[in-house]
Write a protein that binds this ligand. Structure first.
Ligand code: HOZ
Length: 429
């Protein structure tokens, strides 16, 4: 790796004008004890920083780039849309096309509203659920992150976990009094809570596969209990599929685990790398949204034509036969390889993977929830991260984030990852 002179200069400039020098906290790389690299350009599985260092990228813009960087079909679609205009603030055919594709892909979604981010999607879905049930109480799960809306910043994962923030100042106590966070994957605790309080619960929101405390798969019985209790108590079950939607299968985690939520939130892949979120679900819930109903939610750039075009082009690629099978093979090669390495080195490492999302935790116990994830040796993670970076492997700079494999990763990329990991991990023994 060459010097990161230009990145350092840019970071110094950025820190003067942007809080922490970044527009989203985790990418500042503080938890791994280094400065962020500024990216110059990317193509396929490769990313080049401002100093000309090349990396194999396993972040993929935190999930959207399931096709890799600058996929020709996505670039062509954006260019074609660009010829018509950048933004209209008025309806456009592309919005209808993407909405139809989402509804077709995810049978639990009968109607969908496009927004600009995952945060907007979850925030708006909760508003709709509260209006629908005429209740306020919200249940979430420790270590799940659903964006940065006030109501959801309770025991959250992602940057909140990475920076070890207990709760954010600026969030009124009164707002989060209506949010209860329970342990992820703890079916008994959830059933107990619902038996006592279920009649007050407006919505239960969950990452069906948690990706923001590192990757933590659900116990199928846990997801089934959420469905059962929500139905029994008249609460709305919301699956936050911002990360998992269109990634774990074309129908998302709900298709993989065969559990049907009342509402779903999307983001990332559905916008093909452009700023898009979406929320949808049962018609009777979605018909409450303005102007059809009284629940207010709006956005000047919602349904933006460039973003819609990128989303449509991405989803079309995902429909091609064998897409998910190939991605699974590549992802399994990576996680199996890391598992083998850890075994050979006699090193405690918990390897969690669902499809093309995975995390390696530096702990000797299985990781089934946030408390387990927090047993990971974070100093070790930081050393591993920096060693991998030096070898040209670009990873999420936090133990509490997931690694993403894309269709642009080739066997050779995975082999380079494994060679780098062998070196990085063997230095711990
Ligand atoms: N919180 C996001 C990932 N779960 C994005 C982090 C970032 O862009 O810094």
């Amino acid at each position: 790796m060459k010097q990161d002179e230009r990145s350092t200069l840019l970071y110094e400039r950025a820190k003067k004008r942007i809080p922490g020098g970044v527009n989203s906290p985790v990418r500042a790389c503080r938890s791994v004890g280094r400065n962020p690299l500024f990216i110059d350009r990317a193509q396929g599985s490769r990313m080049t920083d401002a100093d000309g260092n090349e990396f194999i990228d396993f972040v993929g813009s935190w999930g959207p780039l399931i096709l890799g960087h600058r996929h020709p079909a996505v670039i062509a679609a954006i260019e074609k849309a660009l010829e018509r205009g950048v933004s209209f603030g008025a309806p456009v055919d592309l919005e209808v096309e993407l909405a139809e594709m989402v509804v077709e892909a995810v049978p639990s979604v009968e109607m969908v509203r496009m927004v600009n981010s995952g945060t907007e999607a979850t925030m708006s879905a909760i508003r709709a659920a509260r209006a629908f049930t005429k209740r306020d109480l919200l249940v979430k799960f420790d270590g799940c992150y659903h964006g940065h809306a006030d109501t959801l910043l309770v025991a959250a994962g992602s940057g909140i976990a990475t920076l070890n923030i207990a709760g954010s100042p600026g969030v009124p106590e009164d707002t989060i009094r209506q949010t209860v966070s329970l342990p992820y994957n703890d079916t008994e605790a959830f059933n107990r809570f619902m038996a006592e309080q279920g009649g007050r619960v407006a919505a239960v929101i969950v990452e069906p596969v948690a990706g923001n405390m590192g990757l933590v798969p659900p116990h199928p019985a846990f997801l089934e209990a959420l469905r059962e209790q929500a139905s029994k108590n008249g609460s709305v079950l919301i699956f936050d599929e911002v990360m998992t939607g269109f990634r774990l299968s074309y129908g998302g985690a709900q298709a993989l685990y065969n559990v049907t939520p009342d509402m779903s939130c999307f983001g990332k892949i559905v916008g093909g790398g452009m700023p898009v979120g979406a929320y949808g679900g049962k018609k009777e819930i979605m018909e409450q949204i303005a102007p059809e109903g009284p629940v207010y939610q709006a956005g000047t750039l919602s349904g933006n034509p460039l973003a819609m075009a990128a989303g449509i082009a991405t989803l079309k690629e995902l429909q091609k036969p064998g897409f998910y099978e190939t991605l699974e093979e590549c992802s399994a090669r990576l996680s199996d390889g890391v598992l083998r390495l850890a075994e050979q080195l006699g090193m405690p490492l918990a390897v969690n993977r669902v499809g093309s999302m995975m995390s390696f935790f530096f702990t000797d116990q299985p990781v089934n929830n946030f408390e387990d994830a927090k047993t990971s040796n974070l100093e070790r993670f930081a050393e591993y991260y920096n060693r991998m970076l030096k070898k040209g492997i670009y990873l999420p700079p936090s133990q509490f984030e997931a690694l993403f494999v894309s269709a642009a990763h080739e066997t050779a990329d995975v082999d380079l990852f494994l060679a780098a990991a062998e070196d990085a991990l063997s230095r711990f023994s």
